[in-house]
Design a protein around this ligand. Structure first.
Ligand code: FUB
Length: 327
């Protein structure tokens, strides 16, 4: 019989998995990861080595149970508008349906965000004919608020192409802002009731320090890079994300799901591997961080494995920093 999963250990070892988005659906924990390919192509800053072609959904009955791989839930070949690179996905439940949101490059090699639907949280998912109109860049994370409104947060620098959208259209040669200028923020868009389109043009989220000043592009310990996630704890919205070049998961808080968000601190110190990407979920009154590292592949950046750790809040709502390699 399969063994129960252990904290800070790979959830599965038969495939490489990354970018976990965890949700509680139908009383179980479902994890929507990227499925890293086991190839030996060279790496570059554009992320070409992240050449993923399909998604598998994982689930846990609870934290004492083995992890189930439900098999292929969606393949690139079945997505009419996409050409390559199925990067970090997320999922949501609404209207008695499950929605899988995912980034991929379109036929012009521009990253867009697509959606696919299923009657089951484990798929298979049927993609829409085209990507979400007005979508761009990578790393969609969908937060369904208590009032029923749904928001998609997205965006990533470098290979994620966010720098190229500063004017509102795609400018292939565009660079990021000067190091002394405000950093680019993730984007947020409210989703339509059918979850298939944006209600409005996506807006840039502002991340500020406790004095109200914008976090600057040169502040690599705090500025937004990629991998947004939003959760709510005691009436406060927490926006957490990767700092990319400094390899931390950090967070900022707000009383409004669209910000501005005030920078607070670090959730996870660097893992083995270049990327760090996560989700935060409540299950049976405890909170958990799902994340990935490259320990199983001995440090190969594009061969990652999803793990989890329990997450603790302090009395004032701040999050205790997790060291991925300490018990
Ligand atoms: O998995 C490909 C990319 O790596 C994701 O979209 C980023 O967040 C980073 O984890």
């Amino acid at each position: 019989m399969d063994k129960p999963i252990q904290p800070k250990q790979p959830l599965v070892t038969h495939i490489y998995t990354a970018d976990p988005s965890a949700h509680v659906f139908e009383g179980k924990i479902y994890i929507y990861p990227s499925h890293d390919l086991d190839h030996d192509a060279p790496s570059n800053d554009n992320g070409d080595q992240y050449a993923m072609e399909d998604y598998h959904v994982l689930s846990l009955d609870n934290f004492n149970s083995p992890c189930v791989d439900h098999g292929e839930a969606l393949h690139l070949r079945n997505i009419p508008w996409a050409s390559q690179q199925l990067w970090a996905p997320d999922a949501a439940y609404k209207n008695n349906k499950y929605y899988l949101f995912f980034p991929a490059r379109d036929k012009d090699l521009i990253f867009r965000i697509g959606v696919a639907t299923s009657s089951s949280p484990s798929g298979p998912f049927t993609p829409e004919e085209s990507y979400i109109p007005g979508s761009f860049s990578i790393d969609p994370a969908v937060f369904v608020d208590e009032d029923g409104k749904s928001y998609m947060y997205f965006g990533g620098l470098w290979g994620g192409q966010l720098e190229k959208w500063q004017t509102g259209s795609f400018v292939p040669d565009a660079e990021g802002p000067a190091l002394t200028a405000p950093a680019l923020g993730p984007r947020v868009a409210e989703l339509s009731d059918d979850m298939l389109t944006f209600k409005d043009t996506p807006q840039e989220i502002s991340i500020i320090d406790k004095e109200g000043n914008p976090i600057l592009a040169g502040d690599e310990d705090r500025r937004y890079f990629e991998g947004p996630w939003v959760h709510k704890y005691k009436d406060t919205y927490y926006l957490s994300y990767s700092t990319g070049t400094t390899h931390c998961l950090v967070y900022a808080t707000s009383k409004n799901p669209q910000g501005p968000f005030v920078f607070q601190g670090t959730i996870l110190t660097p893992v083995i591997g270049w990327t760090t990407h996560h989700s935060i979920v409540e299950f049976e009154n405890k909170w958990y961080l799902f994340y990935h590292d490259c320990s199983l592949s001995n440090g190969v950046n594009h061969k990652r494995s999803v793990k989890y750790a329990e997450l603790f809040y302090n009395e004032d709502g701040t999050i205790q920093t997790i060291d991925p390699y300490k018990d």
